[in-house]
Design a protein around this ligand. Structure first.
Ligand code: PLP
Length: 410
């Protein structure tokens, strides 16, 4: 029976008066597209991450695309990508007619299994066959794109060792981590993305900070930053956005067939203020996750996903694991009780495009498949009230108990 209470959305942005006033000021200023607010957002962002350069774009997908372009990815090159991720992480590799080489997940944190990545790299180096890789000629592994799954930092320490041993570029998919932290090999703390060759962040509506749609690439390499900036606005040589300003010039030159990936000042207006709240949002998401953990931790049939030692997750997602046979019905039952949920993710190798193109089938990445079949993502965001959290958790527990007692799906 449908509950009378208002639906608890799976995600809800936390936008304050500051963002609204800045957007209004931006509109009133008459400058709507890329301009001074986009530049301010980039400045603030690079300082926050501790990078030398930041290039704002209209999505993380665009940032990932231009990161691969900047490092010189070529058709036929190989790029290691987790199968347990959103489509964007691998589709950008396909834009170049390069080949995503999928890697399985760690069972505990859903992130890329660096041991599996090492095995794959050794096989490729020795010329052995790996599934999904038919062309013997395609042997240059150019990059690795770990994803900080749900906000839990991937194992960057071991990933960097792979990059050194196999001469790979490290492009971090930081869509879920603004911010998150991990411990470096020397014991000091690092912010996720700060050690990447290029790190790519998302400000999509459900992310830890949002601009509605938006993204950012950060790097310490000036040449890559320049290339990404040029390619993000039609391949126009220099300061393309300034050509309509008093200090700009009407003359410009196109140096490459670029893309239309620039962020608008309207979006940057939101981003400037969201970034200022990133640390508060971080604490609040972690508080909610801890509250969920304390409730679900007592339940035998619900597994919580813990942080790796030395890491602090952004808690972008809160995933629980339940017996696979009840997962789908649980999601339907929670919807009936006015609770929005999601599943992260259908592993990429199970999607028709990748199955058909590379010959993948079920069983190829067993850990990711198991995680996928058991996981449910629950609402987690600043502004989610304690009574809502208790309502969600109470209903998850009672539905799981009821479904298992019924032997649902067995
Ligand atoms: C892991 C991951 N990478 C990349 C993206 C793409 O982000 P955007 O929507 O900003 O392009 C997403 C978006 O959800 C994501 O979850």
């Amino acid at each position: 029976m449908a509950d009378e209470r208002p639906f608890i959305n799976f995600h809800r942005p936390c936008i304050g008066d500051e963002e609204i006033e800045e957007v209004v000021a931006c509109i009133r200023s008459g400058w709507l597209t890329t301009g001074s607010r986009a530049r301010r957002f980039e400045e603030d962002f690079k300082n926050y991450i501790g990078a030398k350069f930041a290039v704002a774009m209209n999505s993380c997908t665009a940032a990932l695309h231009l990161a691969l372009e900047a490092i010189g990815l070529q058709a036929g090159d190989l790029v290691l990508v987790p199968t347990m991720t959103f489509g964007a992480t691998a589709e950008v590799v396909r834009y170049f007619d390069a080949i995503p080489v999928f890697v399985d997940s760690n069972p505990d944190d859903f992130c890329m299994d660096m041991g599996h990545a090492a095995q794959i790299l050794e096989k490729i180096a020795s010329g052995s066959e790996i599934k999904g890789l038919k062309t013997k000629s395609a042997r240059r592994v150019k990059a690795i794109i770990p994803v900080h799954f749900g906000g839990r930092p991937a194992d960057i320490v071991n990933c960097k060792k792979l990059c050194r041993n196999f001469d790979l570029r490290l492009i971090e998919d930081c869509a879920h981590v603004c911010p998150a932290y991990y411990r470096r090999e020397d014991g000091t703390n690092a912010m996720a993305g700060s050690e990447a060759d290029i790190a790519c962040y998302s400000f999509y509506a459900n992310k830890t900070i949002t601009t509605g749609e938006g993204g950012m690439a950060t790097t310490d390499n000036e040449a890559w930053a320049d290339r990404m900036r040029v390619m993000s606005l039609h391949g126009i040589s220099k300061d393309a956005w300034k050509r309509f300003t008093r200090s700009g010039s009407w003359f410009y030159e196109i140096v490459a067939p670029g893309y239309k990936y620039n962020i608008t000042d309207i979006a940057a207006s939101i981003g400037i203020h969201q970034l200022r709240k990133a640390d508060i949002f971080f604490q609040e998401r972690r508080r909610i996750a801890a509250l969920y953990d304390s409730i679900f931790g007592k339940e035998e049939d619900i597994a919580i996903v813990s942080e790796r030692a030395g890491t602090s997750s952004s808690c972008h997602l809160y995933c629980i694991r339940v017996p696979a046979k009840i997962r789908n019905t649980l999601i339907e039952d929670l919807k009936e009780r006015a609770i929005g949920t999601s599943v992260h993710y259908v592993p990429l190798h199970m999607h028709p495009y990748y199955r058909e193109r590379y010959g993948f089938s079920e069983g190829d990445f067993p850990v990711s498949e198991k995680l996928y079949s058991e996981s449910v993502s629950l609402p987690i965001y600043p502004g989610l009230g304690d009574s809502e959290i208790e309502y969600i958790a109470g209903n998850v527990i009672s539905c799981v108990k009821k479904l298992l007692a019924k032997g649902c799906g067995a």
